[in-house]
Design a binder for this molecule. Structure first.
Ligand code: C5P
Length: 447
């Protein structure tokens, strides 16, 4: 969390998506007092801000304060200036709608498609991305009604920021606190990075570093992140994959004109928010979820690139309740009791795509992080894996060993299904991604 927070603060300070127009919605929560800080940070980053507040928000914070800090009058009711049809004008003006704080009531109204005040009417009308930063008491946030509202809103593509845990109004503390303004603004700036400004303002939809058309009109599926296999309701078997290599592949495929479906497991939402709009994100938590999501997306795909770290094993039994810690007896005071979890093998998604392709003539690409041992070096094991899995391309990445490049963290040797070397690449994740995408495109285009 700390790491995430630091990265977020750094981006808040450095991101420059160019001037954009942000509607800041303020709903009725005590956290409304933080809205001026959010507005100020957005304006400091060079953006124009228009505040739309609900009636109850104005019981917590005065319209003059919001107007002064945003530099524009505050809109509240749809009947304030009927002739101007203000909700339509404001909705069309916005490059982004950021509601902070979003109360439980506001979430419910947006979910229901209500348009009973200026803020809900603006959200319903706007075509711009919407970020909701909820703030409420823990019980309200955890109530099944709110959980359901949040999940429906997320399914519809609205971004709902997770609230923080900490001091709430009064003496209590818990989950439901509005995240710090820097965190919220950092999230907003990440979304603005991919929004093209209105009226021909310079946009940054994709950093078109190596733009081309090698995959124009093609559909590419990329998996990213690391699956988590549940042990009980609170524990899981997981891995350290950040998903960055998969995201770099998705962006590199878009640079070449592809439509991309990214099947992601536990990739930080801040990284996902920075993806270009050509990437459709599908979420899969476990290896089984990923198997189904990848095969479904792959039905009309020209290429599938498996960059996710998929758990090889999962617990045979998932406990319905939290497994209790065993209390040490007098005899095992020194080392304590041991416990074991029985594991079973997960399906190999990559191998399955080769042996039972969802679509004919589909190009399948995999990754293999290898280490050398007494039997052979990383490349030796990579060649054996390439032959075993049968993918058209396998990018072998030697972990803790160089492959003749020196100490380069992202060095890959790309092998074909026979284990023969096709190419070598090194550099940033973006550079490795561009190499793999150009090799994939060659196979897709049959050259
Ligand atoms: O066997 P290993 O895990 O090293 O293989 C890595 C490659 O296989 C990656 O492309 C990974 O996404 C894929 N994989 C898979 N299903 C698994 C395990 C790995 O698709 N169960």
């Amino acid at each position: 969390m700390d790491e995430l927070h630091t990265a977020a603060s750094e981006r808040a300070a450095t991101a420059h998506p160019g001037p954009r127009r942000v509607v800041v919605g303020v709903a009725g929560s005590i956290a409304a007092y933080k809205a001026p800080f959010i507005i100020r940070l957005l304006r400091q980053a060079g953006h124009e801000v228009k505040v739309v507040a609900t009636e109850s928000a104005l019981r917590f914070i005065g319209a003059p304060a919001l107007a002064a800090v945003s530099g524009q009058t505050v809109s509240t009711g749809v009947f304030d200036d009927p002739a101007a049809v203000e909700h339509v004008a404001v909705a069309e003006w916005a490059d982004l709608v950021l509601v902070a704080p979003a109360s439980a009531d506001l979430l419910a109204r947006v979910r229901a498609g209500r348009a009973d005040d200026m803020l809900t009417a603006t959200i319903l009308t706007s075509q711009a991305p919407v970020i909701l930063a909820p703030a409420m008491h823990t019980q309200m946030w955890l109530n099944p009604a709110t959980r359901d509202n949040v999940s429906v809103l997320r399914e519809r593509g609205l971004r709902v920021i997770e609230p923080d845990s900490g001091r709430l109004t009064g003496k209590d503390s818990g989950l439901g606190r509005l995240p710090e303004p820097e965190q919220i603004v950092s999230r907003a700036l990440a979304v603005l990075q991919q929004v093209r400004g209105k009226e021909g303002k310079e946009g940054a939809a994709v950093e078109q570093g190596e733009g081309g058309s090698l995959l124009k009109g093609r559909h590419v599926v990329v998996s990213a992140g690391g699956t988590r296999e549940p042990i009980d309701p609170v524990r899981y078997l997981g891995n350290r994959s950040s998903g960055r290599q998969g995201l770099a592949l998705a962006v590199a495929a878009v640079e070449q004109g592809a439509r991309v479906t990214l099947v992601q497991a536990h990739v930080a939402s801040e990284l996902l928010d920075a993806l270009p709009p050509e990437v459709t994100v599908v979420t899969a938590g476990t290896a089984h979820d990923m198997l189904h999501a990848v095969r479904e997306a792959a039905r009309d795909a020209d290429a599938v690139i498996m960059a996710a770290a998929v758990a090889d094993y999962r617990p045979v039994n998932v406990a319905a309740t939290k497994i209790k810690k065993q209390v040490p007896t007098a005899s095992d005071r020194v080392s304590g009791p041991t416990m074991s979890i029985e594991l079973t093998t997960n399906p190999d998604i990559l191998a399955g795509l080769v042996s039972d392709p969802p679509r004919a003539a589909q190009v399948v690409v995999g990754f293999a992080a290898e280490t050398g041992d007494d039997d052979g070096d990383a490349l030796f094991h990579g060649r054996a894996k390439a032959r075993r899995k049968g993918a058209h391309l396998l990018a072998v990445n030697a972990v803790g060993e160089d492959l003749g490049f020196g100490d380069v963290p992202n060095a890959v040797v790309v092998l074909d299904a026979q284990g023969s070397e096709v190419a070598r690449g090194q550099g940033s994740k973006t550079e490795v991604a561009r190499l793999l995408i150009s090799l994939t495109a060659e196979l897709v285009n049959g050259s």
